[in-house]
Design a protein around this ligand. Structure first.
Ligand code: HEM
Length: 419
């Protein structure tokens, strides 16, 4: 029988920090195995990559999410007690709440708001020498997300709130100042949103039926009780924060447009499917979520590997999206590959795998795709700008990552219809 490779080392946490997005892929290649054992964060960990691994990772008979997320990530990115940490019926019930907010009508309503906010901000860019796309995206998406969700937001707050949402995300792989910044950002955001939930329940803030704020404030748990205001805040932030985080994909989209002028051509008054395949390729090609964690529910053997109850297991997102068995020339940016592709729930996993209603896959993919399409349309068809000398490279070590300059646009002008 095949032995599962053991990546021998006292602890590989430092190697993970040195290798970042490529940590799992490097070892999968070295051992010619989709699965290997190592030690990370002071414990035995199984790392896996590829479609077959994704299939078992999402088998809820075998894996749970309770205690799968380190405390430092809960204190920054996720919050404590949110949907990410639930299992079984409690998870299914909470997940229904999220999915009910993200219907295709709601996706379009949000995307239209995003376009409106983009067009509003162009006015402020005229005569301005430079605009950092990542920064303005955060603000545009923060305005749109709050308005869409029914959360009151003053124009004077936008910058700070947007920055806080963004800092929670950039704390992911950070230690030191960047981590502390994420912690403070979360504490501030939770206090703000908790206050709003309480005001809604007290009738001090009016909400519209069907808005995220209304649905979360009045959501009933399986036991019939309302969510604790603190948990409600964590869950509303679980809607707002990732919408703002789409600015990472928007910034990578701008880089892709710049580096692939032929692809850009096709988007000038392009048909909807051209936008769709471009967006899918951005989500596949560029690094964002590196890997996912779960714990073995029980002892079992899979692929000759012994899983022990409670063992931590990591599924490689970045590596699976660049797996050469699944993707022809994975390191080429080629939107056309999505034209020929059959849908599969386990081989294209930028936002997780399997069915979102049955597991932890992101409920926000529809929203992400619509917001990206709208924002790319804006960049291609509503404005003209110059890309002057700047550092557009991005690290594969830092998690999450971004083009170093944040994508600076210069001499921005609105495109007029008659050219
Ligand atoms: C879960 C990625 C946008 C809400 C996830 C997961 C990933 C992910 C990798 C974990 C899947 C798993 O654990 O199996 C992303 C990326 C986004 C994005 C890269 C683009 C910026 C969004 C948006 C929303 C959202 C726009 C909401 C409006 C959530 C929630 C979960 C989740 C609530 C937890 C689901 C659960 O535990 O059942 N996302 N997401 N995400 N995402 Fe997203």
């Amino acid at each position: 029988t095949k032995q599962v490779p053991q990546d021998k080392s006292l602890d590989n946490t430092l190697a993970l920090m040195r290798e970042g997005y490529k940590f799992i892929e490097n070892r999968v290649n070295k051992y010619h195995s989709d699965i290997f054992e190592t030690r990370l964060f002071g414990q035995k960990v199984i790392c896996m990559s590829g479609e077959e691994s994704a299939k078992i990772f999402y088998d809820s008979e075998l894996f749970i999410r309770k205690n799968a997320t380190p405390k430092r990530i809960q204190k920054t990115l996720f919050g404590v007690g949110g949907v990410q940490s639930l299992d079984g019926e409690a998870h299914a019930h909470r997940k229904k709440l999220f999915l009910s907010l993200m219907t295709s009508t709601q996706q379009i309503r949000l995307a239209n708001l995003v376009m409106e906010k983009w067009l509003d901000s162009v006015k402020n860019w005229e005569g301005v020498e430079k605009v950092v796309l990542f920064d303005v995206s955060n603000e545009v998406l923060c305005r749109a997300a709050c308005q869409w969700a029914g959360v009151p937001l003053l124009e004077t707050e936008v910058k700070e709130r947007a920055d806080d949402f963004s800092s929670m995300v950039s704390a992911f792989g950070a230690i030191g100042p960047q981590h502390w910044k994420g912690k403070r950002a979360r504490a501030r955001a939770e206090e703000w949103i908790r206050g709003i939930i309480e005001d809604v329940r007290a009738g001090k803030i009016k909400t519209e039926e069907g808005s995220a704020l209304n649905a979360i404030a009045f959501h009933r748990e399986l036991d019939g009780n309302q969510l604790d205001a603190q948990i409600a805040a964590v869950e509303l932030i679980n809607v707002l924060r990732p919408i703002v985080a789409i600015s990472t994909f928007i910034t990578f989209s701008a880089l892709a447009l710049y580096e692939n002028p032929k692809c850009k051509e096709k988007l000038i008054t392009g048909e909807s499917n051209e936008f769709k395949i471009f967006v899918q390729e951005v989500r596949r090609y560029y690094p964002f979520g590196p890997f996912l964690g779960a714990r073995a529910r029980k002892d079992f053997i899979w692929n000759q590997c012994e899983f022990k109850e409670d063992m931590l297991v990591l599924l490689d997102i970045y590596g699976t999206n660049h797996d050469s068995r699944l993707w022809d020339k994975p390191d080429k940016f080629r939107p056309e590959r999505f034209k020929e592709r059959n849908e599969n729930l386990f081989d294209f996993i930028p936002q997780g795998g399997s069915d979102p209603a049955k597991g932890h896959r992101c409920p926000g993919e529809g929203i992400t795709i619509e917001i990206m399409k709208t924002s790319i349309d804006f960049l291609v068809n509503n404005i003209e700008f110059e890309v002057q000398d700047q550092d557009l490279s991005y690290s594969l070590v830092k998690m999450p990552t971004l083009p170093k300059s944040g994508f600076v646009m210069s001499n921005i002008k609105r495109k007029t219809l008659n050219g």
